[in-house]
Design a protein around this ligand. Sequence first.
Ligand SMILES: Nc1ncnc2c1ncn2[C@@H]1O[C@H](COP(=O)(O)OP(=O)(O)OP(=O)(O)O)[C@@H](O)[C@H]1O
Length: 600
Amino acid sequence: MAKREFTVTNEYHYNTSSPTRWIISHLFRYKFLIITFIVLALATNTLYSQLRVFTGSAFDAVLQHNEGQLVFIAVAMLASILLCACVDLGARSVVQLLGSRFARDAREELYISLLGKSQTFHNRQRVGDIMARAANDMNQLQDMVVPGFDVIFDSFSSMAVVIIYIGLLNPQLLLVPVLYVIGFLIALYFYSRTLNPVSRKLREQFGVTNAVLNEAISGIEVVKSTSQEEQEKQKFAENATKYRDYFVRSGQIQGRYLPTLLFGIALALCFLHGLFLLLNHQITLGTLVSFMALAGNLRFVTDMSTWSFNLVQLGVAGSKRIIDLMKEETELDENDGGYQGEMQGDIVFENVSFGYGTTPILKNVSFHAKPGQTIAIVGQTGSGKSTLTKLVNRIYDAQQGRVLIDGKDVRQWNLDSLRSQISTIEQDIFLFSRSIAENIAYGFGSKADQAAIENAAKDAQAHEFIMSFKEGYNTVVGERGVMLSGGQRQRIAIARALLTDPRILILDDSTSAIDSATEDQIQKAIKRVLQGRTTLLITHRLSQIRWADKVLVMRNGALIDQGTHDELMERCDTYRRIFSHYDSAPATEQVEKATAVGGE
Ligand SMILES: Nc1ncnc2c1ncn2[C@@H]1O[C@H](COP(=O)(O)OP(=O)(O)OP(=O)(O)O)[C@@H](O)[C@H]1O
């Protein structure tokens, strides 16, 4: 079984070895619905064919002036029509239920799988492509069952029933229909084979087109500010054209569909053959009428097979894309049986090296943070400060060396237990498009009450600005929290961390452009959130560095020195360069200057 960072209890496991097996394993969860549908669909087709036979019998009754039989046939036809309508309604409802359950289960399966994927996986994937698979390919699955499978089963069962009925009328009449069915199946096989690769490419191109659109819309601010609408338009047009070309190609294949022509010829031959048997007194006129009406029923399967097979092909192509996504390798495992203790917050980096690809980013980093200590991390931009913190809660794993928490390698911890006791306040804070209260309570689930949320917000210096909104804590913050300023978002994130009360806090406070009143509030909030937990604090602010028990100085991925602010001022050149002009300029500026020096 593939590695996963998240699983749910009692999860149903589907066979993902191939698209067809996956579809079957989904559908077979609902055997009762399948059997009911098969029985009802067969009953509908039998009743429908019986109606054709009644029509022929009515002709014979008219020719024989048998009024009694004519009345009986009329009543039987009416009853059959009513029964047929009811049974058909049942069949359609059951298959709809089957299709929607299939789509729901598949959506849930994909969603759980995406939640369980590692950060490296999500870095690789384009969001637009995932969305295309999750939305459009999923819809394609539902269409594959209804009307796809529904129509295919219906037409093939109708074909079988028609052949049986014709055989019962007179076995000699089977000659042309059977030849037609054989020809039809061969043509259908070649049709599917030609259409299959085009359908697959069509689905893939849809994913690419969607990803391009998604990127342009997500980065709309950059597109506008750099006046690159034309470039984006062209890029989209190129992809949309490719999509259209596949669509046209698929249409051409459908247009060359042979069975429609075959059917016309077969119907004419059926009539000739029937006429021949009639003239030789082997069948009655009524039988000929029934035969032609039954043969006419084959038109349904001929016409429907073009688009219903196309739907199935698109569904199978969509299934393949969904399975491929679910089967994508992920690097970390949830480690269900791992260590689950209450965390003290002791962090040790032991000769840790790491790179995102082949280029090393962190080189042989070692340090120790005791429970409750605040460790500031400073260094030039791109020196690996954020990367270092990402190894603590296993967003990534160290490639060499070990990261230990409370003396245990993070890889030995149960992932959920590890991550739930570590909070991160990123530089680029992500808020969900939900209410402020929900955003603060995120990570605490439904356990947080309003009073606790408000207390956390007060401690994070956020209560005041939240109350200035008309809807207070119920204000919805817009996608990614766009309705809030950077400083406001940061305080919401601090409130979230205060509420979760983690043992280890990772705080990236590299933002600089904040006015002094807000700055003051943020400083207070950060000072409050540091209390009582081990904190890794990425910062450019001297005031915060002064609170730290230890400062780590990073340069080009190496930890070049560590100690208290005073010790480092005394012995570390790079560090001294950072703060040598502190008296007059803000710390951020100093770091920027030092970055230029440090990078030399
Ligand atoms: N997801 C990623 N995939 C590939 N490379 C990455 C990824 N994230 C960061 N890097 C690279 O790793 C290096 C270190 O980045 P990191 O974000 O850790 O630096 P930093 O010191 O936190 O920088 P800053 O102060 O600008 O935030 C950079 O060269 C960056 O390009």
